[in-house]
Design a binder for this molecule. Sequence first.
Ligand SMILES: Cc1ncc(COP(=O)(O)O)c(C=O)c1O
Length: 383
Amino acid sequence: MRLNPLLGRLPTYPTLVLDQRRASLIAAGLPVFDFGVGDPTEPTPAFIRKEMQGNVADNCRYPSVRGERRVREAFAAYAYRRFGVTLDPDTQLLPSSGSKEAIFHLPLLVLDPAAADRTVVFPDPGYSVYQRGALFAGGIAYPQVLSGDFVQRVWELPEQLLQHTRLLWINSPHNPTGAVMSHEDLHRTVETCRRYNILLASDECYADVWFERPPASVLEVAGPGAEGVLAIFSLSKRSGMTGYRTGMIAGDTRVMALLHSLRVNPGLAPQDFVNAAAAVAWADDQHAEERRGIFSQKRKVMIDFFREVGLRVVASEASFYLWVEAPGGDGQAYAERLLDVGIMVNPGSMFAVTPSARPYIRLALVPDVPTCHAAVSAWRTVL
Ligand SMILES: Cc1ncc(COP(=O)(O)O)c(C=O)c1O
């Protein structure tokens, strides 16, 4: 049988590697301090769970790709409160089954696999799905290497590359580093993409996980109608709803109409009961603030420890990730050393296509505060 050769060529998807590692630690009877997958353990707020349970109809019919208006209205109200932007719930919003699928499928909207100009630019290190979606859609994947402050400056890309680019990903707050793009950075990014007629896609799934200042959205600088711009949001991190699979795509009216006509083909539509839960989650800001409080306590435990022992945390301004320089400059070797005492962190290289992220490790602030303290004690034994 002839299969898609990409499946053999791409490295194992990062979370599968982590699952295997966790299983081998547990099998060895070791305590596991899991800072690996960005899937926090705090329960989903009760009012969200209740809303979902109360909306499972006796006969669950097919959901529509546009989803019920209620969830789009709730998101539009959130976007106005949070970013001061006005979005039309009927023409500028589509719910997604988590933001991952929306990210994976988006290249299908813009790429012509037979054309020379089919490049997709994405941050490196970065979320693996930008590259994978581009490749499966027949595109050319171009990792824009980040370093220093890990802010992506697309206006510094070579002109010839921009001329061949159809889709450009940004991600602020950024996974894996936690770096944040300023208003000015976002403004220059929008300008650059418009100049070269590139669809700008901004992954903002960590928009509500911040500690000092709320990060800006690309929608704040895209102007009315958000010409040439899409932003993708998620309730996974904001509301602790990873298992519900619920996100929202927002932006340019014309692009959204085409995206709707694309998404009806595979029928990419969250269930109505998930949309009902999403509507109450977008409508409430208090639980998101409480979650920020919890992440901020965990963050303090780990940052205080790193400061005390001289491990340098780089760029991590928002999101629940800490990007740390590995002693000796080898993230893989350091992650393996930590595994000996049950601490799971990710080598930076796991998030990068190029070798640029090898000197780093990433921690996801997943374990609760007491477990963070216990992990710090274990970490001291391998310093
Ligand atoms: C940068 C980034 N974007 C998107 C996602 C996908 O989130 P979800 O599909 O749960 O909305 C993740 C998940 O970790 C992520 O880190």
